[in-house]
Design a protein around this ligand. Sequence first.
Ligand code: SOE
Length: 385
Amino acid sequence: MKPREKATTQQPVYRVALLGTKFMGKAHSQAYRNVNMYFSDAPKVEQAVICGRSPEETEQAREAFGWQEASTDWKAVVARDDIDIVDVSTPGNMHCEMVLAAAEAGKQIVCEKPLANTLQEAERMVAAVESAGVRHLLMHNYRRVPAVALAKRMVDDGRIGKIYHFRARYLQDWALSPGLELVWRFDAKLAGSGALGDLGAHVIDLGRYLCGEVAELAATSETFIKQRPVEAGSSEMADVTVDDAAALCVRFANGAIGTIEASRFAPGRKNHNTFEINGSKGSLTFDLENLNNLKFYSVDDQPDTQGFHEIIACSLGKHPYADNWWFDGHLLGYEHSFTHMIYDWLRALAAGGSTHPDFHDGLRNQRILDAAARASQSRSWEVVG
Ligand code: SOE
């Protein structure tokens, strides 16, 4: 579908409908809100409608996040002719239905990760966007942290050489308390899986982005707290139906090997999304809790000063996305990665193309999640389909 064109300037204007008002709804909103302020070459975007379930909360979100309209009827909004982009920022159990409806209505689609709760849903979603001929973006935002984008550039430029290892962990600690109620993330019907799909999916995406396709894997997972109060303070308990933690041992198609860990039970680890890559020419390490920095070790450095060097990845003219923000070293945050995703996506749309990660990446990711779930049941190596 063609975006609206302003009669005066003939610039495309993309009108967005956002489905979801919570944490991810807010993160995506700020990207739409800021992209034209900081990226002067980005096509124009309008925050048309935000959709949620509760009229009060949706209206509050509309006002706070800068949307023109609020609605509790996402189906009617998705069908509207004045909407170009549908952004699905709901829990995973709604992704498939919403994406199918948006594809049917001919919208360009943004979806929060993981793409779906099951492999079958992911396959249906890819088939739907392909047959509708619409563009699709999957919000694996960490690819667009400048230090991570720099790591990708260095890998592609051959500066790390042949990759031997990808060693990654995504750890949080918010689920530690047994008194924490059964929020949707502990319910397989709503979330699909636990730490594996929530956190592991990000690290798997980074592994694919930086090192290539995963061919086979072994995995284990555990649910440490098996029952939780149905509501805060309640003595009534219900089963946790997802994993609290998962650990994968992976073989990449290019011969590299890796380990991937995801946990919500790592005291002190708040948002510890970290990787190390070792190759024939050097190593790279990144930690989201220090997200502007990338550490680089080169085998070619002079022996007396050789060691890991810390690069502050926000220098103008040198680092991805830096020119659009502040002066050298003025540091960026978590939210900027979403803005960068939307910037690349809008530019790709206006050029008639698309950008990665897209739903095909999401489907490949889902195949790895599926193989990990199978491997942790079978306790044997599984080939990624
Ligand atoms: C919660 O664990 C969460 O918000 C994830 O769902 C996000 O994808 C991650 O980026 C931060 O943590």
